[in-house]
Structure formats: C-alpha cells, structure tokens
Design a protein around this ligand. Structure first.
Ligand code: SF4
Length: 357
C-alpha cells in the first residue's frame, strides 16, 4: 500500500477532539492524579496504572505520595522502604526504575521534572506511552500516548483492521498528532484514555449508545467493533516448577533475600528450590539447611503468572527446631512492616496454617 493510502486509512475525523473533549468535561472520573498537572504525580500514577487497575492504584498512589511527596524524597528513599510500599503491585522493576529516574532528575535537572518529550523518554523505565502521556498532560505538547485503550478506541473509530504492531502504533500516533487541539492537548489525551476505560471497554461489548463518537465510528456502522483491534497471537508462557518452603520456628518465619539479577531481584522470598520435591525430599532439603525439621504440617499447590513465565509451586510448611543463620527469621509483625514479599510467595504463605507452627 502506498504511503498516501496508508495515511488515509489511519486518518481521523477532524471533529473528533471536540466531541471527546465536551464529553470528557462532563464525565471525567475525579481520580486523585487528576487534581493537578504536576508531572511527578502524573508520572507515578501512569507507572502504577501500567499493570494495575484504577481502584487498586488509588490506594497505593495516596500512600506513595505521602511517603515520597517529591522527586527528591523518592531519590533519597531506602530501597527496602520503597519496595515495601510497592508490595502487591508486582513488577517491582517499575519501582526501582522510578527511583533511578528520580535520582537522575535530581542530578541532571536539579530535581525539576524535564519538560521535553525527548528528555522524559530518556528517563529509566519510561517508554513512548508514558513519555507521551506526561508531555501532553503536563506540558500540553502534541505527543500522543498510545496504549491498549487508545488503540482500541482508534481502530474502532477509523475501522482499522491491521494487526497491532509497533509500526501500527506509530501510525496511530501520527494520525492523532494531526488532530491534536492546540489549546487542550493533555485533555484530549486523557479523553481518549477515559473513553477506552469506561465506554469502549476492554472486556465486554462497547457501550456505543452512550459514546460521544458514535456518529463518527466506522466499527459501529459496520458492526465490526467486537473484532477490533486485531491482536497478534500471544506467545505461550514458559512454565517453571518450584518447591517453596514455609519454615517456622517459635512464631518466626524463615526469609532470605533474592540475588541481584533476574526476576524479583533484591526482594525477599521464602526459601525455595527449582523443581517439584516429594514430602521426603523436601524435609531432607530443609534438614540440609540446618533448621532441624520437627514436623511437616501442610503442603499445597499454588500457581503464579508473571509476564513471561508461569510458576507452579509446591509449598511445604515445615515446623523447625532451629533458626539456622542462613535465613532471616521474622515474626508475622516484622514481615508485615519491613520485608517486601512478592505476591507469588504470599500465595504460598496463605496456604500455610501458621497458627499451627
Ligand atoms: S461507537 Fe462504540 S465502538 Fe465506536 S468508539 Fe464508541 S464505544 Fe467504541
């Protein structure tokens, strides 16, 4: 297809921004990160929202800003305190990258958030979507933020049946750039996100009856909305088996810190080994760590799915006689307050009856 034909396939109706903006003015949800356009606030919220729903993020967002109210406070935070606040949100690299970026902002920009798309996009952990969102919402720049919600809205409005790829996202960004309303670029970006979140929804049928774009929408006219966008088939996740140990001794639980590289690096974990061990082998492994197993109380199977890998976990709760020095031994209260434990291990912990230990 020629460039001109390709461009016209992605062309968006010139009247779209004003339809969406007048709808957004009346219907935008009063979310905490929309109270102002402080780039620090928008940045934190966008990073949290990358893998987590709005309701959960509301709680984390408030707590996070209370603990780290400025870029400087985040730059100076203890890593363990930061990870503890992030506990349950998952994808901990996001939190570590936030701190790396905060330190860079302090070092290179005197703590003031940079105001150009290029400088924002160069910060650790910030991709084109987040950079586009911050630059348009906070600095009114013509920088589209093309995420799953926006792809769904635009492919339906324009009737685009190309498979979603990076090149296709770029074409959508180019098409949006053509119609950005100069005075309200940030609001237009937010109106697209909002429409995708509450009207042209990801799960279930689109709510075309209440959609401000219904008169312009190609997919509504053609009845093709349910089949758009066309997604590339997902690669199968790698599967791994692990045996996870809940070792308890005198109301304390054995923890250890994960090594510096790879999945969940730097976080705390329950002791574990690769593969699925039998009861007997699990007790023998625990004995090898010097904890002097007294009783195997309970075992359970749990599963946790990460972005690229699925863990099938066999969890053994073993009561021990000795607090071996290779582990940190924490009370439930200490665990709650000081040790960020990834959700995968919490699932194992939930399977154990700690009152029996
Ligand atoms: S009219 Fe329907 S399909 Fe089209 S954008 Fe609105 S909700 Fe989505």
């Amino acid at each position: 297809m020629s460039d001109i034909a390709e461009k016209s396939k992605y062309a968006l109706p010139a009247g779209l921004p004003w339809l969406l903006l007048s709808w957004y003015d009346r219907n935008a949800r009063p979310l905490p990160w929309r109270r102002d356009r402080d780039p620090y606030h928008v940045w934190i919220s966008e990073v949290m929202l990358q893998q987590t729903g709005v309701e959960a993020v509301k709680k984390y967002y408030g707590r996070f800003l209370e603990a780290f109210p400025t870029v400087g406070a985040l730059a100076n935070a203890e890593e363990q305190a930061l990870l503890k606040l992030w506990e349950g949100l998952g994808y901990y690299t996001r939190a570590k990258n936030l701190q790396k970026a905060a330190r860079l902002i302090v070092r290179e920009y005197g703590g003031r958030f940079p105001g150009s798309y290029e400088a924002i996009a160069a910060l650790p952990g910030i991709g084109p979507y987040t950079a586009g969102a911050i630059a348009s919402i906070c600095f009114n720049l013509p920088t589209p933020a093309v995420d799953g919600n926006v792809i769904r809205v635009i492919t339906r409005i324009a009737g685009i049946s190309d498979t979603v790829t990076e090149a296709m996202k770029k074409r959508i960004a180019d098409a949006l750039r053509e119609i950005f309303p100069p005075e309200r670029r940030g609001d237009f970006t937010q109106s697209l996100m909002e429409l995708g979140a509450v009207v042209c929804v990801p799960n279930g049928p689109p709510k075309c009856d209440i959609c401000p774009a219904k008169a312009l929408c190609r997919a509504k006219k053609d009845g093709t909305a349910p089949s758009l966008p066309v997604k590339a088939p997902k690669a199968d996740k790698r599967r791994e088996s692990h045996t996870v140990f809940i070792l308890t001794c005198e109301n304390k639980l054995a923890l250890r810190r994960r090594g510096g590289g790879g999945l969940l690096a730097g976080l705390w974990e329950l002791p574990n080994v690769a593969g699925r061990l039998s009861d007997t082998d699990a007790v023998a492994t625990a004995a090898g760590w010097g904890v002097e197993p007294a009783a195997l109380i309970k075992s359970a199977e749990r599963r946790h799915v990460f972005t690229h890998v699925r863990w099938d976990m066999t969890c053994y709760h073993i009561r021990c006689r000795k607090q071996a020095p290779d582990f940190v031994w924490a009370t439930p209260d200490e665990l709650q307050k000081a040790y960020p434990l990834p959700t995968a291990f919490k699932k194992c912990l939930d399977a154990a009856d700690l009152s029996a230990s």
